[in-house]
Design a protein around this ligand. Structure first.
Ligand code: NAD
Length: 791
């Protein structure tokens, strides 16, 4: 054998990480007493336990207390008891606690990493170099937010007791993403890890005991879906933060409908990994390995759909196959291992089942020729080619080491294919042409876009999805907001419109003068589809006029018009600002007329009516001015990369406006949505819709592009229901009776739209707090685009 042959024949020897400390820790604990509640270790009231086993061998690691509803109740009570003192604790004191947690974790960094790899199966290289250091960074980063909270987030207060439910793929890291911002914000928590991976959370609770976390501030319970549901449904919890599957996310959205609980959902993904022909192919292959085979592909943002430009597809796939053949599948505690076992047999079976179905649907699945360890839940890295866009491997989240590959011809096709998914968590774009990459990034429907990179995370940068990947962000400034409640000026309870004040009236056929206000759709006044009208009463109960009685079809038309309107979201912020200023100007030209209308319809005094009109104009002015001020940020994470936190419009926003201060309420809602580039389908006050229909001409004169504002009058409850179920509506703002709000939240799960309701209450629109950032924040999604620099 010559030197070269010898070199090529060389293989890695085993490089096992010592596990004796972790084994000693496992042997030392009574896991039947593993519920950390009110600063003490408790058994489950039922005495039940569940098994957690080692994915690399299938061997039992521990029998862990399995919490039931009674235990969750005790934990929530403890968190509620601890809340007043913790939320009143100074930011500095809270910062010290967060810092102490981070430092204590640093001292036990190796134990955390080994334990994580034993319990989850992830390679030690990943738990040691990524999961644990990032978890620590989250605690230390959030110490700073605790201290600057009052200055940085004026007019906000801690949301209260938070219920947190996390998955098994990054047990400690997800715990850190949840607990660190909650504690910084002054909340207390009840957290439940996934039933496959309870161990590092137990070690973390021990750290809390030592780091001076006051009793009841952090409660960590163990168990499965039943315990998770008990947290979600507990009336003493004010916010639910959930990370897990989209399926369970939807169950939680439905279960919390009408409860007033704040909700953030970090769900699944089917992220595109887009390689243009001018990419550095070798770097892209390395990126892809990290994108899809990191953590065995059990990553929410895994780049599981490779989209590669046609001209380089063959060469690129060949390189990928060579690289796949070199991936080392083996013990998670071996420092040379690239791919460990999947977390559990059920997950292994699921992955195999999806591959078989993908193949049945025409995909060609390839695996390197390698032997797997004889025990444990191992699976070879798998490449699927000839994947049709509708193939299950292109659409479903596999959550395993499986890459589906497709090719594209040009940029438009790449964007279309990338967005051809119900998810919207992340995407990765590879091109040496930064102009092209930054042209593509904003067009991808994803909360995170990595340019020439993948799987970059940092505590200072928000992470979270669009569409069915959920809502809310974790990390950085956006993440802290998830644990705060804005102090909005509460208005009156919204009552159902009395049938007598708005009776449907069949429209007179062939009437010579049609004085019925029509609907406003796609920039035109159109008759309602059903050809029915609603009589509108004056304050004195006389007939003031009629408006169209919109129905499902009208809402659908309005949504199509809003979706088709590209001129508004594509306009520059300055253009939008000019239009909104012009809108205000034109309204001011007709201020007397609107004031008189308010007196006639609502019975307010002439002075109050004038004030409402003036405030409506002022509000339009405010948002006109804010279009180019509520901007994104640039983060500088600890790497050679800048992260552009871009503010993007949510999309099509449905708005159901309240009855009180009907002109001001309407303008206060449509203006912030428009200012940020959303297109709007608005349902005006059911009782006083003429104030909105009188605006048609004002809108027409104000250069608002057709389809940017659409107005459908009619029954609020019915129209809200249609908007809630419509999968092309991305956001819904609802100031309607409580029952309508509850139903709309429950009905919004189709596409997991962002729903904001007043839970049956309106706001006091005259207050200056009924305007500004709290509204603009709801009108945007933050997209984090990561751009590396340097050679
Ligand atoms: P899962 O939804 O089955 O379980 C997640 C957690 O929810 C577990 O703790 C589980 O016990 C609990 N749970 C299950 N049913 C529940 C119910 N009805 N009510 C309340 N809680 C319930 O998900 P999983 O299989 O553990 O994790 C994988 C999923 O997590 C993937 O879809 C992945 O994409 C997603 N994930 C998302 C992110 C993100 O940030 N977007 C991060 C990691 C993982």
């Amino acid at each position: 054998m010559n030197v070269l042959e010898r070199y090529h024949a060389m293989d890695y020897g085993p490089a096992p990480e010592a596990r004796n400390e972790a084994d000693a820790w496992l042997a030392s604990r009574d896991f039947a007493k593993a519920l950390f509640i009110d600063g003490a270790w408790k058994t489950a009231a039922s005495g039940k336990t569940f098994d957690t086993s080692e994915p690399s061998s299938g061997k039992l690691l521990a029998k862990v207390s399995d919490a039931g509803a009674a235990d969750i109740d005790v934990a929530v009570t403890a968190a509620a008891k601890a809340l007043p003192k913790w939320s009143a604790t100074s930011g500095y004191q809270r910062a010290k606690v967060l810092y102490a947690i981070g430092r204590a974790m640093q001292r036990h960094q190796r134990l955390f990493a080994v334990l994580e790899s034993i319990d989850n199966g992830k390679p030690i290289r990943e738990s040691r170099d990524i999961d644990v250091p990032l978890a620590i960074r989250h605690f230390i980063h959030h110490a700073g937010w605790a201290q600057t909270l009052e200055k940085d987030f004026p007019d906000h207060k801690p949301v209260g007791v938070v219920g947190q439910v996390i998955p098994w793929n990054f047990p400690l890291l997800m715990l850190a993403w949840k607990i660190a911002p909650a504690l910084a914000a002054g909340c207390t928590v009840v957290l439940k890890p996934a039933e496959f991976t309870p161990l590092t959370a137990i070690l973390f609770a021990e750290i809390c005991e030592r780091a001076g976390v006051p009793k009841g501030v952090v409660n960590i319970v163990q168990g499965g879906p039943e315990a998770g549901a008990a947290i979600v449904n507990h009336p003493g919890v004010q916010k639910i933060a959930f990370t897990g599957s989209s399926e369970v996310g939807k169950i939680i959205r439905k279960a919390t409908a009408g409860s007033g609980k704040k909700l953030s959902l970090e769900l699944g993904g089917k992220s595109a990994f887009v390689v243009f022909e001018d990419a550095d192919l070798d770097s892209a292959v390395e990126g892809l390995v990290d994108g899809i085979w990191f953590n065995q592909g059990q990553v929410c943002c895994a780049g599981s759909r490779l989209l590669v430009q046609e001209g380089i597809a063959e060469a690129f796939i060949a390189k990928v196959k060579v690289r796949m053949s070199r991936l080392r599948v083996g013990s998670p505690l071996d420092k040379n291992t690239d791919i460990g076992p999947l977390v559990d047999r059920t997950q292994l079976d699921r992955v195999k089942g999806l591959i078989a179905e993908g193949a049945r649907q025409g995909a060609v699945c390839w695996q390197p020729d390698a032997a797997l360890p004889t025990t444990g839940y191992y699976h070879l890295p798998t490449l699927a080619t000839s994947v049709a866009p509708a193939n299950i491997l292109a659409q479903e989240e596999v959550f395993g080491p499986v890459l589906a590959t497709m090719s594209f011809r040009n940029t438009e096709e790449a964007i279309e294919l990338a967005n051809n998914t119900r998810y919207g968590l992340a995407a990765s774009v590879w091109s040496e042409n930064i102009n092209l990459a930054l042209h593509v990034a904003p067009q991808l429907k994803a909360g995170v876009v990595w340019v020439n990179g993948t799987n970059m995370f940092d505590a200072a940068c928000g992470f979270g999805g669009y569409r069915e990947s959920g809502f809310g962000r974790e990390g950085g400034r956006e993440g802290v907001f998830e644990y705060l409640a804005a102090k909005l000026p509460v208005g009156p309870a919204i009552k159902p419109t009395a049938a007598s004040s708005a009776q449907p009236v069949e429209q007179a056929d062939g009437a010579s003068i049609d004085r019925t206000a029509k609907l406003f759709i796609g920039g035109k006044q159109v008759r309602p589809d059903g050809n029915y009208s609603l009589a509108v009463a004056t304050a004195k109960g006389k007939l003031a006029g009629e408006v169209g009685l919109g129905n499902r079809k009208d809402i659908r038309d309005a949504v199509s018009a809003a979706r088709a309107c590209k001129a508004w979201p594509d306009a520059t912020a300055f253009n939008r600002s000019q239009v909104l200023y012009y809108f205000a100007e034109n309204l001011s030209g007709r201020a007397d007329e609107f004031a008189a209308r308010l007196v006639q319809l609502t019975g307010v005094t002439a002075r109050a009516a004038r004030e409402e009109v003036d405030l409506s104009i002022e509000r339009l002015f405010l948002y006109a001015g804010l279009t180019d001020k509520f901007e994104g940020r640039v983060h500088q994470p600890p790497a050679r990369v800048v992260t552009l936190a871009l503010h993007e419009p949510v999309g099509v926003v449905g708005i159901v406006a309240p009855d009180n201060q009907p002109l001001l309420g309407f303008t206060s809602l449509i203006a912030p949505a428009l200012a940020m580039g959303n297109t709007v389908v608005a349902v005006p006050s059911e009782r006083h819709p003429l104030l909105a229909t009188d605006l048609y001409q004002v809108i027409e004169y104000s250069d608002v592009p057709a389809g940017a504002i659409n107005i459908v009058t009619g029954r609020s409850a019915e129209l809200a229901g249609v908007l809630a179920k419509h999968d092309d509506v991305d956001g819904l703002w609802l100031f309607a009776v409580a029952d309508t709000c509850t139903k709309a939240e429950a009905d919004s799960i189709g596409n997991l739209k962002r729903v904001w309701t007043g839970n049956g209450r309106s706001l006091d629109w005259t207050s200056s707090d009924a305007a500004g950032e709290a509204f603009l924040r709801r009108a945007i999604e933050v997209k984090n685009v990561w751009v590396p620099y340097g050679d």
